[in-house]
Design a binder for this molecule. Structure first.
Ligand SMILES: Cc1cc2nc3c(=O)[nH]c(=O)nc-3n(C[C@H](O)[C@H](O)[C@H](O)COP(=O)(O)O)c2cc1C
Length: 558
């Protein structure tokens, strides 16, 4: 791909480019492959892999980027359906891919994995290599670490697929940008990778901040106050060079959404996740590096003094975020691959596709979180909480007040955790992914005066609930752990009810004799009965409560 010369082509909105279909998909469909091939060099390469895995529907009917694609996508996402490749989009010659991350399987495929836990495990193993208990003379450990390190260093190239076609003069209206909800302020780029650079250190940042199209050359840049792009913009002063990439390897698209601390580069992180360096190339009209394999790159500068109304926008909170003033992005160039596919997502009332980007973050960041807050056993960012609204965290408690320490630690971290509206802390043996089990535990275990923490501080820019100034409010912590004697609990915490092993074994052995039938068949199983399958399995494995656990207090104190 390196040797491709830059060409200038006249762009006609009505002509359909060749090469955006997914040739070869039929052949690949039969290839036995448990582990999806990766990395993907473009969005059409990912679309091919999705099709081969039976995870892509192709729509050839003419569809409107205004509302129609969003309505189709919303229905398919909520039905757990496939990724959607719209090949005939009104007013644009580019195909549009939505719902590329819309199930756990597809989100995992973006990392060449079969589950998000597998990606978590990959990260955990690398951390173990990087911070070993002892190297034990294992040269192979160092070699594995070296491979991970090499993948993380971006590779500079001189010629790039993303420069194959130049839209000259640049015109944002030629792109198939979606309008997703009826009260939206206009069309929005919904999966943009926004590239900026620190003016002093030249350290790049990639963040996903939506971009509202105003006209052929201007757009609104929605970087919120806690985000790194905004920090860079403030350092640059009046004008900041900015490039917006769309598509390319989905691992890089994910990395733009990942709440990395500023010292960890998204390009390095994506390179590590995909096991191969991200290729970068100099942008054509600004001094900034862009991904060589992106599907599109829009170059320009953001003028901090040119504030315009951005929004309203039907947001991931499930409500419209109000219009507000944001700086204007002035476009100086638009380039794209010959086989460019426009990547888009529709956010709205959960569950939506971005739920799986959030779940990827939940899994991938657990090993990193545990390095800082080691008592954390697991956590769940429930989709209903829109990721900022609820974190359920299980901790192994060993000293009084530890649940509250964990809340403060999480609120003291970067923007993923610091903006969390509600943190619920449960004991290590609670399955945080069994939300009904969590609710049962919490409601059973709390005394609000003792266990609720109200914490003032920063909240998300999109938070509409607080009555204070924008982005300032209060958060709630709920300590639902079993209370210890040295936390002032003067009684004995009651043991959970479970049958003794002898009776369970006897009933299992005699089950057929009772003539009730297979429990899996006689009714609709309540997944929660027994507090969820994982918890039930754990409960059954644990020794049952002993008579002394429930003896009258006077007996136990003897
Ligand atoms: C689909 C999607 C859209 C997003 N839109 C915005 C946005 O418009 N503005 C914003 O500040 N953050 C938005 N985010 C969240 C940021 O991408 C996320 O906080 C990221 O970690 C920011 O990177 P940074 O820390 O490098 O700034 C969005 C995330 C997703 C998944």
């Amino acid at each position: 791909m390196d040797g491709i010369a830059t060409v200038r082509l006249p762009v006609s909105p009505s002509s359909v480019p060749e090469g955006h279909s997914v040739p070869g998909a039929q052949d690949r469909a039969s290839a036995p492959s448990k582990q999806p091939a990766m990395p993907f060099e473009s969005l059409s390469a990912f679309a091919r892999a999705l099709r081969a895995a039976g995870e892509l529907a192709t729509i050839d009917a003419l569809v409107d980027p205004k509302l129609e694609i969003a309505e189709i996508t919303d229905r398919v996402v909520k039905a757990g359906g496939p990724a959607l490749l719209f090949r005939n989009v009104r007013g644009s010659r580019f195909p549009v891919l939505t719902n590329q991350f819309g199930t756990e399987r597809r989100a995992a495929m973006a990392f060449g994995a079969t589950s998000l836990r597998e990606v978590e495990q990959r990260l955990r193993e690398t951390i173990d290599l990087a911070v070993p208990a002892s190297l034990g003379g294992k040269v192979s450990k160092l070699a594995a670490l070296a491979i991970a390190g090499t993948s993380a260093v971006p590779r500079r190239v001189e010629r790039a697929p993303v420069h194959e076609v130049v839209i000259d003069p640049p015109d944002l209206r030629l792109l198939p940008v979606l309008t997703t909800w009826p009260l939206d302020g206009g069309p929005f780029i919904t999966l943009p990778l926004v590239f900026t650079q620190d003016p002093q250190t030249r350290r790049p940042n990639v963040g996903m901040y939506r971009v509202q199209i105003y006209d052929e050359k201007t757009a609104g840049m929605h970087w919120q106050r806690h985000k790194q792009g905004r920090v860079h913009a403030e350092k640059w002063g009046k004008r900041i060079p900015v490039a917006v990439a769309i598509g390319g390897d989905p691992a890089l698209t994910y990395a733009a959404t990942a709440p990395l601390p500023p010292v960890v580069g998204e390009l390095a992180f994506a390179g590590f996740l995909r096991g191969k360096p991200i290729r970068i190339v100099k942008a054509r009209t600004i001094d900034i590096d862009v991904p060589a394999d992106a599907d599109f790159v829009i170059e320009g500068y953001v003028d901090n003094d040119d504030l315009r109304e951005e929004g309203p926008f039907g947001d991931h909170t499930g409500v419209y975020s109000a219009a507000d003033l944001y700086p204007t992005f002035h476009v100086t160039a638009i380039t794209h691959r010959r086989d460019a596919v426009w990547g888009a997502t529709v956010v709205g009332k959960p569950p939506m596709e971005d739920a799986w980007l959030g779940k990827a973050t939940e899994r991938i960041f657990l090993p990193l979180l545990q390095m800082v807050v080691p008592e954390i056993v697991d956590y769940n960012l429930p989709v209903e909480g829109g990721f900022h609204n609820l974190v359920i965290v299980a901790v192994k408690k060993s000293y009084p007040g530890q649940a509250k320490k964990v809340m403060n630690a999480l609120w003291g971290l970067g923007h993923m955790m610091m903006l969390t509206r509600c943190i619920v802390v449960v004991d290590h043996d609670v399955d945080v992914h069994d939300v009904r089990g969590v609710v049962w535990n919490v409601l059973n275990n709390i005394d609000p005066v003792r266990d609720f923490v109200i914490m003032p501080g920063p909240v998300d820019d999109l938070d509409h609930a607080g009555s204070y100034e924008l982005a300032l409010g209060n958060k709630l912590g709920v300590d639902a752990t079993r209370k210890l004697a040295d936390e002032g609990y003067r009684r004995d915490w009651p043991p959970e009810i479970r049958m003794d092993a002898a009776t369970r074994d006897q009933v299992s052995a005699r089950w057929k004799e009772y003539g009730i039938g297979d429990l899996g068949r006689i009714g609709v199983a309540d997944v929660w009965s027994g507090q969820g399958p994982a918890r039930l399995a754990r409960l059954l494995a644990e020794p049952p409560a002993s008579p002394s656990d429930v003896a009258p207090r006077s007996e136990r104190l003897k």
